[in-house]
Ligand binder design. Sequence first.
Ligand code: CP
Length: 315
Amino acid sequence: MPDQAVLAPGLRGRSLVSIRDFSRLEIEEVLATASHLEGHRGDELAGRQIALLFYENSTRTRNSFVTAVHHLGGSLCGFDSAEGTSVQKGETLYDTIQMFSAYSDAIVLRHPRDGSARWAADSASVPVINAGDGKNQHPTQTLLDLYAIRGTQGRLDNLTVALVGDLKYGRTVHSLSDALSMYPGNKLRYVSPPSLRMPSEQLSSLRQAGVEWSEHDCLEAVLDEADVLYVTRIQRERMPDETEYEKVRGAFRLTAGMLRKVRSSLRILHPLPRVDEIAPDVDHTPYAFYFQQAAGGVPVRKALLWLLLGIGERA
Ligand code: CP
């Protein structure tokens, strides 16, 4: 269990909407706290309730928050789909956030609209944690991605990270790029079909931050130099029409046979779910780390709740 020395008092009562809301020091506090909380079970959240408001489908994010709250002895309210809620009667996000501000000590929100989490955080009276807003940001995924990268590479700087797949609509790659650009010496390699490149405003930010990056059409161009290969799914549900999806489906498929000349320290990450972009034969290579990465979601989300709710701080 963390002692006072690893707590970040500055995080108490804060929201997490974009990974840029946290400084490097604050990110590192979350990761250090997650390490301490790996096997922890306690009742530090007894008497506190966390609202999980999921307007979009989720397996990992929602259930790792559920598990984190259970491990800390808290209770839960909310919904895993807007079906069956008063959203169907026309209730606005603003009104829903007012209600769950009254019912809970923190709100975890997943919503299909870009910017919805910022809107919610600005109108809530409790901390709001963005569990994914449209194609914009997914900062808690980034925290667990960083936890996996640090755990496997021993550092978060001076790495070559290849981000592969749907870079246009992929909120996980947007957040992870932002985070990696805070650390010196990282080289970012973006691999995607031309129609799914990283948004230009994101590339401009990298330029301003002096980050080395490049764009590529094929995986083979980056495999031999990568420390981390971060593969993502082409997101059919975010495409404006089926024709755009059909043009890019199956654009990349990583197979075990493609990994013959990679660094021995390479680790393959994926936010999951995967569809067909990583062949099952990759799972049995020493490079696959996506299931362990996802498992890290529990201690990381425990740590986030711990710090935002000020557990362990002296009054
Ligand atoms: N990585 C992630 O956000 O997965 P879920 O959509 O299953 O929550």
